[in-house]
Write a protein that binds this ligand. Structure first.
Ligand SMILES: Nc1ncnc2c1ncn2[C@@H]1O[C@H](COP(=O)(O)OP(=O)(O)O)[C@@H](O)[C@H]1O
Ligand SMILES: [Mg+2]
Length: 285
């Protein structure tokens, strides 16, 4: 599938996500986990982030999203020119950031559709400008008319379609968020949330873990469609090149011991699957 989306940002040559010299640690622990990260993602791009266990990939997602318990020591992260690190979590979400967690949290008593209704209304009332896109507006983020009509019926109808596209039936619409879902069902409902919320940038933290082959294909196809329909960009954290054969990355970064130690094209992911990460130990400062 080819993408023809362009944005003002692209025309200005600015990346959608720009991370510069980011250093961070966990509160109460001495050692730095992120030790000077530089990374860029452009509108509509798929960028893979790979690396050994414990190298700091999930921490980067948490720090970008603003999870409490992490301290930023130095550096910057902007989304669409907005200083993410200065914002509380809900404003980062309003700015267009979504984190699909490696381990989605179970929230008893909160049905998926009601959580999404609150999220959409909160996000859209934040007056963050809608995406500029050249697909006739069919895929831009929700406009005022849609927001006025955004009630539980609207969410349920759209959510059912999203769930169907990743192979889940309608019962998941009102199931409590992630409660008693299998690993794969959690990852698929996260993907359905993306279809409703339409973020500008999604950090996908091991979206492929727990997915069977059919689910991997349908989730990947939905994500590829998102990059083309509303120019969603994705930072894809994964260990396996299989996901990246469907969701083909523009770039692959390798992180080891809190630093970016390599960057290349899609071939890099394939070669890592053969060689492992052993050679990167010596490249870390
Ligand atoms: N809240 C925390 N408390 C203590 N150590 C943490 C915390 N979060 C992450 N770490 C440590 O930071 C390192 C990086 O973890 P993580 O970002 O989860 O790695 P990855 O996702 O690349 O496997 C690990 O050594 C992990 O134990
Ligand atoms: Mg992780």
């Amino acid at each position: 599938m080819t993408c023809t989306l362009l944005s003002n940002l692209h025309e200005l040559g600015m990346p959608l996500l720009k991370i510069t010299g980011l250093r961070a640690k966990v509160d109460g622990f001495d050692g730095e986990i992120l030790r000077g990260i530089d990374l860029e993602v452009n509108l509509g791009e798929v960028v893979a982030l790979m690396g050994p266990n414990g190298s700091g990939k999930s921490t980067l997602g948490h720090v970008l999203m603003g999870r409490p318990g992490y301290e930023v020591l130095e550096g910057q992260a902007t989304l669409d020119g907005i200083d993410l690190l200065a914002l509380p979590v809900y404003q980062r979400a309003r700015a267009g950031l979504f984190l699909a967690h490696q381990y989605p949290v179970e929230v008893p008593g909160v049905p998926l559709d009601r959580a999404l209704l609150r999220a959409v209304k909160s996000r859209e009332s934040g007056k963050i400008p809608v995406h500029s896109s050249k697909d006739g507006g069919a895929s831009k983020r929700f406009d005022d008319d849609q927001l006025a009509g955004c009630n539980l019926d609207w969410i349920d109808a759209n959510l059912k379609e999203e769930l169907k596209s990743v192979g889940l039936d309608g019962q998941f619409v009102s199931r409590p968020l992630n409660v008693d879902l299998s690993g794969g069902e959690k990852k698929r409902t996260e993907t359905a949330q993306i279809g409703i919320l339409r973020p500008k940038l999604t950090v996908l933290d091991e979206i492929d873990s727990g997915l069977d082959v059919d689910a991997l294909v349908s989730v990947s196809e939905r994500l590829v469609e998102a990059t083309c329909r509303w120019g969603m960009a994705a930072l894809v954290i994964t260990h396996f090149s299989r996901l990246l054969t469907y969701l083909i990355p523009n770039r692959v970064y390798v992180m080891a011991n809190g630093q970016i130690v390599d960057c290349g094209g899609p071939d890099l992911a394939r070669s890592l699957e053969g060689s492992g990460y052993g050679e990167y130990g010596s490249r870390v400062n």
